[in-house]
Design a protein around this ligand. Sequence first.
Ligand SMILES: Cc1cc2nc3c(=O)[nH]c(=O)nc-3n(C[C@H](O)[C@H](O)[C@H](O)COP(=O)(O)OP(=O)(O)OC[C@H]3O[C@@H](n4cnc5c(N)ncnc54)[C@H](O)[C@@H]3O)c2cc1C
Length: 521
Amino acid sequence: MQTGHGFYCIVITYNNNMDTSKNIQRDGSNLSPWQTGVSALPDNKISNVVGIYDCLIIGGGITGLTAALQLQQAGKQTILVEAKSIGFGTTGGTSAHINTFADTTYTEAESAFGEEGAQLFADAILEGFSMIKNNIDTYRIDCDYQTKPGYLYAEDDEQVKQLEDIYNGALKVKVAVAYSEGVPTPVAFKKALRFDGQAQFHPIAYLHGLTKAYVQSGGIISENIRIQEIKQEDGVHTAANIRARNVIYATHLPPNINLFNFECAAYRSYVLAVELTDDKYPEALIYDCQEPYHYVRTQVIDGQPLLLVGGEDHKTGHGDPEEAFATLEKYVRQCYNVSSVKYRWSSQYYIPVDGLPYIGQLPLAADGIYCATGYNGNGMMLGSIAGKILSDIVQGKESKYADLFSPARIKPVDGFMEFVKENTDVAYHFIADRFNFKDAETLNEVKPGMGKLIEVDGKKIAAYRDDYGTVHTLSPVCTHAGCIVSWNGEERSWDCPCHGARYDIDGNVLTGPATRNLAKL
Ligand SMILES: Cc1cc2nc3c(=O)[nH]c(=O)nc-3n(C[C@H](O)[C@H](O)[C@H](O)COP(=O)(O)OP(=O)(O)OC[C@H]3O[C@@H](n4cnc5c(N)ncnc54)[C@H](O)[C@@H]3O)c2cc1C
């Protein structure tokens, strides 16, 4: 299909007839069921692009595509560039629960931002939720959208107290909630809440629906372009030879050094999709109140129901990913009758220091450069509303959420303590990890499948030996802020414990905020 501008043609096919018994690693990440069997958009070089775009959108996840479609539909000429492929980022690794409540509870939002702030936050969550449904209806997106009840349950007295806070907070902001006698879970619980009208979908099918609508309305997409820097001259921004009056970083975290390196902490969360022996798949979205919490739902893939269970989150580059999967699998097997694990994957999210996302003008950057980050585990709704808010700002329209989510807002005192804690942690890793290298006589000490930080002849090396015996040697110094990366044996990647940048075994950037690859040695 040809766009109005003649640059781009898309063919999206779903080929889920493949063997899903193993989700083979691609580029340092395990594939989610959403990412398997969906063909990528064709590699596209932007040629004969002239002139100045109204907006350059960087990042092809739910935030970027929502913003791009909104702007294009409003008559703005936009271009969206993506470092890898559409859905490569967390939108491809999400568990895609769509909720009317959030990880930052409405009670917490009220204590940090007042009653009005909590109400606006709830409005944003609900509006983001509705936007997804509206897009699905408007653009007839076939993405397995289903409405289901959501349950949140407490297993001890402390969690019961949390549940009561969540209940009261939700009622105050007029989000429908009720206590529930039953929960479709085999786990014993003390008290539970029921939120009716929650939803779930296939996130990549949804993204591809947005992509199609965007391209049909004249939008341009180019994959495999990682933006490293933006230059400004006379109110025009230039990145990778693309010129635009406005730029939106829809990169989940804006790249390079910026304020969010201090205000958002990068976490990994782990998900298993399992087949059950007894067919007791819950028709609900279910969450416990553990820290970190488990999230559960059912998804039919290729006609086969699978139980999705996620959790075991930890800061990127800190915990042990192999252990996280092992613990998660043990938990799932304890609670359910599992016949086999069909998929296992993990992905990254960002916790904002004061609990709310940052959406708006990028602090300390030239005017007209915008960003959205800090969604915690609620990026389906918050990414959607962020796309709308940023599209409104670019069009010069007022947004009622602009002040609440402004990246320039002053942090409440509660957040300040978190701020200090996170940044002390970064400082610790910056120094201490420099002493973590093991002396090695030769690279022979690195066995196949193993990644290790070693020092050979006084040289610090991040070394990985692949299954064929080839050793991949890299500088261990993260190109973002100079911390030392650590080995992630589960995903075969080098992960930075300071700000969450990740690299594949050849040093290529997988996840920002880094934009430059690790140096090869
Ligand atoms: C395991 C897990 C489960 C989750 N479950 C839920 C859930 O059930 N419900 C919910 O609401 N939220 C959930 N979340 C959160 C949600 O998935 C994310 O908040 C959301 O997908 C973020 O979308 P995004 O478009 O902002 O970022 P992404 O989807 O990460 O997209 C950003 C894109 O930008 C690209 N990019 C980055 N840097 C550059 C650059 N310099 N140049 C060009 N491109 C670049 C990346 O390659 C990427 O494709 C979950 C998160 C995790 C980790």
